[in-house]
Design a protein around this ligand. Structure first.
Ligand code: ZN
Length: 64
């Protein structure tokens, strides 16, 4: 049984699977800019320290 994602922590760590992630500091400026264009947010896991990009597509109703 998967616990529901806590509010504001909808991003899960791809490595250890915890929901306890936070927005990462902007370090790789160019890469982060590029990822922002693709609506991916740099994040870091608080548990294992993994830095990754969320698949942060905007949550709007998409019928197709
Ligand atoms: Zn992790």
């Amino acid at each position: 049984m998967e616990p529901p994602a806590p509010p504001g922590k909808e991003v899960r760590c791809p490595r250890c699977g915890t929901w306890d992630t936070r927005p990462s500091q902007q370090r790789h400026v160019l890469m982060d800019m590029l990822m922002t264009i693709f609506q991916r947010e740099p994040r870091r896991c608080r548990v294992c320290g993994r830095r990754f990009y969320s698949c942060g597509m905007p949550k709007h109703a998409n019928a197709d």
